[in-house]
Structures are given as C-alpha cells and as structure tokens.
Design a protein around this ligand. Sequence first.
Ligand code: UDP
Length: 326
Amino acid sequence: MKALITGGAGFIGSHLAEFLLSRGDAVDVIDDLSTGAMANIEHLKPSPRFRYAVDTIFNEPLLSERVDNADVVFHLAAAVGVRLIVEKPTRTIETNIGGTERVLKAASKKGKRVFIASTSEVYGKGARVPFREDDDLVFGPTTKSRWSYAASKAVDEFLALAYHKEQGLPVVIGRLFNTVGPRQTGRYGMVIPRFVEQALAGGPITVYGDGKQSRCFGWVGDVVKGIVGLAECAKAAGGVYNLGAREEITINALAKKVAGKVGGRISIRRIPYHKAYEEGFEDMRRRVPALDKARKAIGYRPTVGIEEILDRVIAFMKGSGSPRSL
Ligand code: UDP
C-alpha cells in the first residue's frame, strides 16, 4: 500500500510512518516542520520506500500530485497543543479548516481513502463521561481562544462527513485523546513530556489549576494501530471513532508518579490557569473516551498502561530508551 501522511514529521505522524514502513508499505510525507521536526523522521530516510517533502499542504499542485500517487491519505497536519492554540488562534483556525478542505478536495477527485485526525477537544465541556461519538458538543464562547481549536476540528468533521454523504468519499474520522510516547515535545504544552523534562532537570513540576482535573493517556503505538485499522476498514467510512485509553489519572497523581519515578527531591508547584495560559482560560475537568465503537469496528484495544508509558517516556528522555513505539 502507498500511504500519504500529512504532518508525517510530527509526533504521531512519524510513529505512523514508522509502523507503515515496518509492515512493508510505501510512505510519502508532507510536513512544513511548523511543529514537526526533521529529527522525527531522520531514521526513516534510508528506507527506499520512504519519501518526504518539506512543504505545506497549502501548496495545491504538490498536494494533488502526492494524493494521486497514494492509495490512502492520513491527514494529520494541524495546529496542535493547547499552548500554541491559545497563543496563535489565527494560525489554528486557518491551518485546520483550510488544510482539511484542500486534502478532502484533492482526495475526492480520485475517490481516495482518507483518515482525518480529529481530537477529543471537540467534546469541549461535555460533562457526561465517558465521551461517546454521538454525544452533543459543548463549547465555550468565541472570546476564549481555546475553543477555536475544538470548533475548527468540528468543522473539519462536518466537511469530511459532507464529502462522504454527497460524493461517497471513503473518509473516516478518528478523535484522538491524549496521546503520548517518545518524541513528543513539551514545547506546545503537552503535560507528560513537560513533567518528565521538569523532573529530570530537578523540578519543580508545574501543575496547572488545582490538579484535580483528569485525563486518560494513550500509548502512541496503540493509537497508530487504531488509525491504520480505521483507514483500512471499509465499513468504518463515513463514521467518527474515539481512539485513546480508558485508564484515568488526575494531574496531581500524574505529577507525583513522575516525581517518584525520576527520584530525588522534586517539588510540585501549583500555577493558576490565568498565569499558565491566559485570563479566563477554561480547562476540561475530565476527559475519558468510550472505546466500544472502535473495539467493535476494528478490535481496537489499548495495550500499554500509564506506569509503562511513563517508564518508557522517562527512559527515552534520559537518552536510554527506545524512540520507537512498536
Ligand atoms: N498541565 C499541567 N502542567 C503543565 C502542562 C499541562 O498541569 O505543565 C495540565 C493541563 O492544564 C491539563 C492537563 O495537564 O489539565 C493536560 O494538558 P495537555 O496540554 O497535555 O492536554 P489537554 O488535555 O489539555 O489537551
């Protein structure tokens, strides 16, 4: 199979590329390196089945040519990370909506299979956990820039489903929950690489808010297999699927675990949200995926728990662990 991965030099995209190459597929990557990094794909370059273009998906001739050449398109290029989104809302909205629009348009010309990466952010402030794919989406006001991410991804989903309905495009949407593993950077706010980096530097670990908010962290290797499974499942086309893990942990407990695993006397410091992000920032209290829909469709099951995830990420960040997720 020939796969095109937009955003293939990013954290999840590079693990996806690695997985596809490992089973014999050909992989084409387009990435503008805005949040991705050459270092993420350096080890893939020797493969004769790997090719990449440092360019933007807004380069339509390039995008069309690469889409035409592919059997399946994985669209992962997007503005990611809460910090980036709060700081650069224009870029978030334009990249997410404009980028997806171009990918869908190019794919629809030849009816190519497409996977669209969406996010658990689209559930917004929904309070009924676990989040199910057909739940209502509950957003805050447009004056709070965090919601531009959720809204832009929701528009992407609407657009993908519209292409499926009107043109029969075989497109499937995966809502990725907090995904972690080696090569994820803390630069855009992601909590686990930040906590590990802080602990390895001797602390303090910065917990935002009261630390009682919770998340479920999914191992990138599991999520990547889910992405491929959905893209290859004909019956999944036209559907929306959660991908992530079910084990829930508060940010306070996470901070303690990281401090304990790294060892030494590492302090934990609480920082109010308005100092960490911006005035009036709204966080999600709990975010838990219902995974039965993905399990029924493709047998999706997370295999790596939080303890093992932290051990692997700590080893990787210390320079002794594997950069791979398989
Ligand atoms: N967080 C934190 N300290 C940090 C970075 C993040 O306490 O240095 C918190 C953040 O406020 C959120 C959770 O960790 O409640 C997960 O944040 P992340 O940005 O990784 O993902 P989110 O679930 O917000 O998309």
